[in-house]
Design a protein around this ligand. Structure first.
Ligand SMILES: Nc1ncnc2c1ncn2[C@@H]1O[C@H](COP(=O)(O)OP(=O)(O)OP(=O)(O)O)[C@@H](O)[C@H]1O
Length: 967
C-alpha cells in the first residue's frame, strides 16, 4: 500500500465522564506507538505515520492525500480509505465535522482533495483539454446505488482492461487519453453488533456490512498470505465493496488507508482489530501504472505488436492440437468463473474483446504450464494410490480421501457464488466543457454528502436554498444520521481525463489454484475413459439389494443389523450380506476405488473452519421451508432457473430465489449452510450438522400418493443412520477425525424442526376443516414420537418452528379462495389459517409438555406464524410491494399463480405455451412461487426470529449472532 496511517481522535465527552477516560495508547514517535489491549498486554505498532489526538486535518491531507492528487493528474489511480469502528473519526477525517459549521481548518480530505485537484489543473495552463467526471455511489445491502439518480439502485460493476473496475456510464472513452481516478471511501463502522444493540432490519444491515468488511479482510489476507511465487485466488468477488476496490487493493492504484481509532480503553478491542487490519494491509504490494486508452485502429500500435487475430489463431490452434475444443472451452469458462479472465459480457466496450482474447491466451499458456506440472504430480499420486490399493484396500479408503485434495478442491471449486450485476450510472458530461461549473457542481455534490452519512437520504432530503460559486448554503431536511450510519459506504469518485500520448501496454495475468485443480480432475477422467483396460474413473451402479451398498439404509433409515457385514466390514455396512458384494469386487478390480472415496466424502468432509460457538452443529428436520437440496438430490423433482437466481445464481435445491430462513439462522450462528443428507456431491460438509428436511415432507408417514417419501419418521431414521455411521467411523480411530463430526455434537448440537405445513395443506384436498382439526393430535403424536427418539439418542437442544399462515399462500388461495366469503381481511383463506393456528396451539402445548418431561433438555418454540402474518399485514412498512402475489408464476395479478406450471417451467396446453417467469424485483415480493417465500422475506423472518421475541422461552444468548470480524 502507498501509505497506511493510524489516527486517534480526542476522547469525546462521554469517554471523559465517569472515570472512563483511560487511554490505551502511548506515543513513541510519529510512526510508532505502544498499544495496551483489554488484558493490559502491550504491543508496539508502526505505521507510515501516526496522527495523534492533536493532529490537524491539514497534516492528514498533506501526508496522505496530496501525493495522490498530484499522481491522479499524471494518470495514476488513487484510493483513500478510512476504516474503523463507529465514532472513530472516519467521516471527520474524510469530510470534516460538518459543512455548515466547518471552518477552513477543520475541513476534511474530501473538500481538500477537490480544491487541490482544481488548483493543480489550473496551474497546468491552457493547452490541454480536461474531462472531469464525478460520481457518488453507496453500497447498501450489497447493492450499488447511484446517489445522483436514486432510481438507479443496482448499478453493475464492470471491468475494462484499460480502465480496470468501472461503474459504466460515468466515464467517457476517449482515444489516446490518459486518465486517473481518485476514489475516496468512507467505510461503515467495523464495530461489534453487540455494542450497538441493533436488532431487526438494522441488525440485518449491520450483518451485511460486517460481511463486506470481512470480505475486505479476506481479500487483504489473501493478498498478503499468498504463497511466494505462486498466484493464489483473491476473493474480490465476494462482495461489491471488494469488487469495486479490486484495483485499489491489489492492482493498478496507489492506495492509502487511514485507520481511525478511539484512544479510549473501553474501545481497545475494536481499535486493536482496526490496527491489525492496517498492519496487515501494509504488506499489500500494488503495481500502479499510468492508465491510457488505446485506439483500436492505431497503426503504430498494430505495427509494434502481432495482431490479436494472428496470435489467437496460432495459440488456439496449438491448444486444439493438445486438447479437444470442449476442454479449451471448459477451461475458459472456469477462468471466467474464478475472475481471472474478463467475462466478455461484463466488459463495457465491444472493441476491447480483441484485447481480451490476447489476455486470455496468455492466461491459457500460463495455465498450460501449471497444468502440465499438476498432471505430472497427479500421475505420481495415482501410482501411489494404485500401489496402496494393492497393499491394503482398507487404508486406501482413508488415504485416498486424505490425498483426495483433487476431488475436494474440484468439488469446492464448483460451489455456487454470489455475484449479480446490472448496468447503470450517472453522467454529468454536459458540464465538462467549463472548469468553473464543474468545480461548483462537484462542490455542491460534496456539500450534499457531508452532513448525512449514508447519503441515501441526502439526495432526497437536502435542498440547495441559495447557491453561488463563492458561498453556498445547504439546508439539511429530515436527515436522520442514526439511520445513515448503517449505510455501508459513501463513495466519491473523481475521474480526470486529459489528452496525451499513449505510453505502453501491460497485461496482468493471474492463475488460480482452484481452477487448476478443477481442470485436473477433468483430464484424469478423460484419460481413464479412453483406456482399453478395465480401469474406469468411476462407477455408477443401478440395481437392487444385490448391489445396494447402503442406499436403503442411508436413504430411508432402514436398519441392516449385525451379523450383516461381520466378515469383511466388521459392522453392518448397509449391504445385505456378511461382507462384500459383487459390485465391490468389480469396483476394486478397476483399481480406482472412486466409488468409495466419493462415499466417504459424502459422509465426512472436513471443515476448514473451527469456531467456538454455543451450538457446534445443527440437525434440521422439515419440509420445503428448510429443504436445502434433499428432494432434488433424491431425484424426485427438478428445480429450474430462476430458482436460486438471487443468491446462488443457479437452482440450489432450495425452493426460493435465494436463501431460506435456515440459511440465515446458520449464518447468524457462524455455521456453514446445512447440506442435505441425501446430497452426496458438492463437497457436503456434515461436521457442523446435517439437514434431513425434504420438500413436500409430512409429519405423518408417507402414503403411496405422497409426493415425498421422506416423512418425519424417515428423517429421524436417516438421522439415526447418520449418527450410527459417524460413530462407526469415529470408532475406527483418530485418522477419521477430520472426516466425521465430533461425537459430542450429537448431544451439544441444536435440533431444529420446521414441519407440519404439508400435513395440513395437503389434507384440505380430501377432508373438511373439522376432520383436519380432529387429526391434529394424531399428527403431533407422530412428531412427539420422533422427538423422543432423538432425545433417547442424546439430543438435548430442540428448536421448533410452528407453521405459517397457510391460507395466505397463492397456491391455497387459488384453489380454495375463489369464493370471497372464504377469505379473511388480508385476502387469505380463513379455514387454512384456522387449521394452522389450531395446530400451532397444540404444538406449543407439546413443547411445554416435552420440556416438563425432559428437564435436562431445552425446548424452544418459535412463533413463525406471528412473524409471517405480521409481515403480510404490514408489508409496505417492511419495504415490500406485494404481500400475496407470487413473484415467479403465471397468470398475472392478483395471484400470478397457475398450478399447472411451477416456477421456471414451460408447458403447452391446447397449443398454447405458458412459462412461469420471475418478476423484475424479487425483493418487492413476499411470495416467491406461490408456495414459498422470497429470499428477502426469508431474511426478514430470520431477523425477527433472532430478536428472540417470538420464542418461548425468549432467548438472549442462545444465538451468537454477533459481529465477528476475522482480523
Ligand atoms: N480528530 C478529531 N478531532 C475532533 N473531533 C473528532 C475527531 N475525529 C472524530 N471526531 C468527532 O467524533 C465524532 C465521531 O466521528 P465520526 O462521525 O467521524 O465517526 P465515524 O468513524 O465516521 O463513525 P460512523 O462509522 O458511525 O460514521 C464526531 O462528533 C466527530 O466530530
Amino acid at each position: 500500500m502507498h501509505g497506511v496511517c493510524a489516527r486517534f481522535r480526542p476522547l469525546n465527552s462521554k469517554e471523559k465522564q465517569n472515570d472512563n477516560d483511560t487511554v490505551c495508547i502511548r506515543s513513541r514517535d510519529t510512526e510508532t506507538f505502544i498499544f495496551k489491549d483489554e488484558k493490559d498486554e502491550e504491543s508496539v505498532f508502526s505505521f507510515d505515520r501516526v496522527f495523534y489526538e492533536q493532529s490537524e486535518q491539514a497534516d492528514v491531507y498533506q501526508f496522505l492525500a496530496l501525493p495522490m492528487v498530484r499522481d491522479v493528474l499524471d494518470a495514476f489511480n488513487g484510493t483513500i480509505i478510512t476504516y474503523g469502528q463507529t465514532g472513530a473519526g472516519k467521516t471527520y477525517s474524510m469530510e470534516g465535522p460538518g459543512i455548515l459549521e466547518c471552518g477552513e481548518e477543520k475541513k476534511g480530505l474530501l473538500p481538500r482533495v477537490v480544491e487541490g485537484l482544481f488548483d493543480s489543473l489550473n496551474s497546468y495552463g491552457e493547452e490541454k483539454t480536461y474531462s472531469i467526471k464525478l460520481s457518488m455511489v453507496e453500497i447498501y445491502m450489497e447493492k450499488v446505488r447511484d446517489l445522483f439518480d436514486l432510481s438507479k439502485d443496482n448499478i453493475q460493476i464492470k471491468e475494462s482492461k484499460s480502465r480496470g473496475i468501472i461503474l459504466p456510464g460515468v466515464t467517457e472513452t476517449l482515444n489516446r487519453t490518459r486518465s486517473g481516478k481518485l476514489i475516496l471511501v468512507d467505510l461503515a463502522g467495523s464495530e461489534k453488533v453487540e455494542k450497538t444493540g441493533a436488532e431487526g432490519r438494522v441488525l440485518e444491515e449491520a450483518k451485511t456490512i460486517n460481511k463486506s468488511l470481512s470480505a475486505l479482510g479476506n481479500v487483504i489476507n489473501s493478498l498478503t498470505c499468498g504463497l511466494q511465487g505462486k498466484a493464489s485466488h483473491i476473493p474480490y468477488r465476494d462482495s461489491k465493496l471488494t469488487r469495486i476496490l479490486q484495483d485499489a487493493l491489489g492492482g493498478n492504484a496507489r492506495t492509502a488507508l487511514l485507520c481511525c481509532c478511539s484512544p479510549n480503553a473501553f474501545n481497545a478491542s475494536e481499535s486493536l482489530s482496526t490496527l491489525r487490519f492496517g498492519a496487515r494491509a501494509k504488506h499489500i504490494k500494488a503495481s500502479p501504472r499510468v492508465n491510457y486508452s488505446e485506439h483500436k485502429y492505431d497503426t503504430n500500435f498494430s505495427a509494434a505488436s502481432p495482431s490479436g487475430d494472428e496470435s489467437s489463431f496460432r495459440i488456439l490452434n496449438k491448444l486444439r492440437e493438445r486438447f479437444n475444443v470442449e476442454d479449451v472451452k471448459l477451461l475458459e469458462e472456469l477462468f471466467i468463473q474464478e475472475g481471472i479472465l474478463f467475462d466478455p459480457p461484463s466488459v463495457e466496450d465491444e472493441s476491447e474483446i480483441e484485447d481480451l482474447t490476447l489476455q486470455m491466451i496468455s492466461l491459457l499458456q500460463a495455465a498450460m504450464e501449471k497444468l502440465t506440472a499438476t498432471v505430472d504430480e497427479l500421475k505420481r499420486e495415482n501410482s501411489m494410490l494404485r500401489a496402496k490399493v494393492d497393499a491394503s484396500s482398507d487404508s486406501l479408503v482413508y488415504k485416498g480421501a486424505a490425498n483426495g485434495s483433487v476431488f475436494q478442491n474440484t468439488i469446492s471449486a464448483v460451489q455456487p457464488k454470489n455475484h449479480s450485476n446490472r448496468m447503470e450510472t450517472a453522467d454529468i458530461s454536459p458540464y465538462q466543457s467549463q472548469m468553473s461549473p464543474i468545480k461548483n457542481l462537484a462542490k455542491e455534490f460534496i456539500m450534499r454528502s457531508v452532513n448525512c452519512k449514508g447519503s441515501r437520504w441526502v439526495a432526497e432530503d437536502y435542498e440547495v436554498k441559495q447557491y453561488n460559486p463563492v458561498e453556498m448554503q445547504v439546508k439539511p431536511q429530515a436527515c436522520n444520521s442514526s439511520q445513515g450510519k448503517n449505510r455501508l459506504v459513501a463513495f466519491v469518485r473523481l475521474h480526470v481525463c486529459y489528452l496525451k500520448q499513449p505510453i505502453g501496454c501491460k497485461i496482468r495475468a493471474m492463475a488460480s489454484k482452484n481452477v487448476v485443480f478443477q481442470f485436473v480432475l477433468f483430464f484424469i477422467c478423460l484419460g481413464m475413459t479412453n483406456s482399453a483396460e478395465f480401469k474406469y474413473p468411476a462407477v455408477f451402479n443401478f440395481g437392487d439389494s444385490n448391489s445396494d451398498t447402503g442406499d436403503l439404509a442411508a436413504g430411508l433409515g432402514f436398519q441392516v443389523a449385525p451379523p450383516n457385514g461381520q466378515d469383511y466390514f466388521k459392522f453392518p455396512s448397509g449391504r445385505f450380506c456378511d461382507g462384500r458384494l459383487i459390485v465391490d469386487f468389480l469396483t476394486m478390480a478397476t483399481n480406482t476405488c472412486i466409488l468409495r472415496i466419493l462415499t466417504l466424502i459424502a459422509i465426512s468432509i472436513p471443515s476448514a473452519k473451527s469456531f467456538h460457538l454455543d451450538f457446534p452443529a445443527v440437525f434440521n428436520f422439515g419440509d420445503s421451508n428448510s429443504d436445502t437440496g434433499a428432494l432434488i438430490a433424491a431425484g424426485f423433482e427438478s428445480l429450474y432457473p430462476p430458482n436460486g437466481q438471487t443468491y446462488f445464481q443457479i437452482p440450489s435445491g432450495r425452493y426460493s430465489d435465494g436463501r431460506l430462513i435456515i440459511d440465515f439462522l446458520m449464518d447468524a450462528m457462524d455455521l456453514p449452510f446445512l447440506n442435505a443428507y441425501l446430497d452426496s456431491l458438492g463437497l457436503p460438509n456434515f461436521r457442523k450438522g446435517c439437514n434431513f428436511a425434504a420438500a413436500a415432507a409430512t409429519i405423518l408417514p408417507a402414503t403411496s400418493s405422497s409426493l415425498c417419501p421422506f416423512s418425519f419418521g424417515v428423517q429421524v431414521a436417516q438421522f439415526l443412520r447418520f449418527k450410527a455411521r459417524a460413530l462407526e467411523l469415529i470408532a475406527k480411530g483418530r485418522k477419521f477425525d477430520k472426516y466425521v463430526p465430533d461425537e459430542n455434537i450429537f448431544e451439544k448440537g441444536l435440533y431444529m424442526f420446521d414441519i407440519g405445513q404439508n400435513d395440513l395443506a395437503g389434507a384440505f384436498y380430501s377432508k373438511t376443516l373439522d376432520q383436519i382439526l380432529a387429526s391434529i393430535p394424531t399428527i403431533l403424536l407422530e412428531l412427539e414420537k420422533g422427538i423422543k427418539d432423538l432425545y433417547d439418542q442424546g439430543a438435548r437442544y430442540f428448536w421448533i418452528h410452528n407453521t405459517g399462515p397457510l391460507g395466505c399462500l397463492p397456491q391455497n388461495i387459488a384453489k380454495f379462495g375463489t369464493d370471497a366469503s372464504k377469505l379473511d381481511e388480508l385476502g387469505c383463506v380463513s379455514s387454512h389459517n384456522q387449521a394452522a393456528k389450531t395446530f400451532n396451539l397444540q404444538l406449543h402445548a407439546l413443547c411445554t409438555k416435552l420440556q416438563g418431561q425432559y428437564p435436562d433438555s431445552n425446548v424452544t418454540f418459535v412463533d413463525i406464524y406471528s412473524i409471517k402474518s405480521n409481515l403480510i399485514a404490514n408489508f409496505s412498512r417492511y419495504g415490500f410491494e406485494q404481500p400475496i402475489m407470487a413473484c415467479c408464476g403465471f397468470g398475472g395479478p392478483p395471484l400470478n399463480y397457475d398450478s399447472r406450471v411451477s416456477c421456471g417451467e414451460t408447458k403447452t396446453f391446447n397449443g398454447t405455451t405458458i412459462t412461469a417467469k420471475a418478476c423484475n424485483d424479487t425483493s418487492d415480493y413476499i411470495s416467491w412461487d406461490g408456495i414459498h417465500y422470497t429470499e428477502t422475506a426469508n431474511q426478514y423472518v430470520a431477523s425477527q426470529i433472532l430478536t428472540g421475541k417470538y420464542s418461548d422461552p425468549p432467548f438472549s444468548d442462545k444465538m451468537p449472532f454477533l459481529l465477528k470480524l476475522k482480523f
